[in-house]
Design a binder for this molecule. Structure first.
Ligand code: MG
Length: 370
């Protein structure tokens, strides 16, 4: 179990967990920003034993391209052609290419067909079968006249091909086109997953990640926690300060929650209206309750005026549910359990945290309110 308070553990955990997430939908929501994992998590040290080169300025904003070829001459030539515009990663055989692709998640892969060990077809097939790499476009590098080989590569999901001997202008043109398409797709994916008002993940994205994390936690046998948060007496706040004031309140609370949630693998989302949800992978109940208390305190500390609130300022109630799930169980409604705790927190007087642990099929094994 990961201790939330250990920076060393947190770092190692983040890296492993991020690597296991779907590449097309991964982002973190700290401070309301949406950032791709490759931008958020420099992984240079992990791949230092691999033939890896990062050219030119040490910026992380340039799109990255993985060049895979068993002939160093071609790798260096392509790096020379594209290195001014892109971050270039290199591999000289298929298994290393898969390793780098999984860790670094480049925007594009230029993949030689004929290599010792696993060939380009097999690399492409394995990438397509892995949800972490299935969305990374692949351009095959082939010899002249290999029409059948090109057709087979395209059927495997390659987006284009480049023929040897390499023509620099054609390489630039084909690569630029595919990078532009990839960046557009990534942007659309992020927009589709974002709540427009707060900049947090939206309900749709949360639902996807809950299903994903649930399946992952059945395999790992570790605990998954969830916090539901509701702003107290928000209807009265809107009635008093208007909807513009209400929207500003929601934005400030979203920012405050994001500032408290420091693990990149935790997800903060707007659940709907004045409700927020925190999905906490591999987190036991005590860690989740501790985080819920921090969130409650940080919202209270904002001291947003609310004259119809008994506290005189904006507060929130939070329900926490945490559990370990097993194969063969029905999908436990973690949200429902957290929602029940939220109801208990509200009924107990608001501005508080209530929590519950569940096991297996959702049997309640403990319950408390504070
Ligand atoms: Mg070759």
């Amino acid at each position: 179990m990961i201790e939330r308070s250990s920076p060393a553990n947190r770092s190692a955990f983040n890296e492993d967990a991020i690597r296991s997430l779907p590449s097309s939908v991964v982002f973190q929501t700290h401070l309301g920003e949406l950032r791709s994992v490759t931008q958020a998590t420099p992984m240079g040290q992990r791949v230092s034993s691999i033939q890896l080169a990062e050219t030119a300025a040490p910026t992380v904003t340039r799109p990255s391209i993985l060049v895979v070829d068993d002939e160093p001459l071609y790798v260096e030539l392509i790096a020379d052609i594209l290195g001014d515009e892109y971050e270039i990663l290199m591999a000289n055989e298929g298994m290393r290419a898969l390793e780098i692709a999984t860790i670094k998640m480049p925007h594009l892969i230029l993949l030689d067909l004929i290599m010792p060990g696993i060939d380009g077809y097999e690399v492409c097939r394995r990438m397509r079968a892995d949800q972490r790499t299935c969305d990374i476009p692949v351009i095959f590098i082939t010899g002249l006249g290999e029409v059948a080989a090109e057709a087979k590569g395209l059927k495997l999901g390659a987006v284009d091909y480049i023929t040897k001997p390499i023509n620099p202008e054609l390489v630039r043109a084909r690569v630029n086109t595919q990078i532009r398409l990839k960046l557009t797709r990534d942007k659309l994916s992020q927009l589709a997953a974002t709540d427009g008002l707060t900049g947090l993940a939206n309900r749709s994205y949360f639902d996807k990640m809950l299903a994903y994390e649930y399946a992952r936690h059945i395999r790992s046998g570790t605990e998954l926690s969830l916090i539901l948060l509701d702003i107290d007496q928000f209807k009265a706040f809107n009635d008093t300060y208007g909807h513009v004031g209400g929207d500003d309140c929601l934005r400030r609370i979203a920012l405050a929650i994001s500032g408290v949630v420091v693990r990149a693998t935790d997800l903060v989302a707007r659940y709907g209206g004045e409700e927020f949800v925190l999905l906490l992978p591999e987190t036991h109940l005590s860690g989740a309750v501790m985080l819920a208390e921090k969130v409650r305190n940080c919202i209270s500390d904002l001291a947003l005026a609310h004259r119809l609130s008994s506290a005189g300022h904006v507060t929130a109630s939070l329900g926490v549910a945490s559990g370990r799930f097993f194969p063969g169980s029905s999908i436990p409604d973690l949200v429902q359990k957290a929602d029940l705790q939220l109801y208990i927190a509200k009924a107990g007087g608001r501005n508080r945290v209530a929590f519950s642990a569940i096991e297996g099929l959702g049997r309640c094994i403990g319950q408390n309110g504070s």
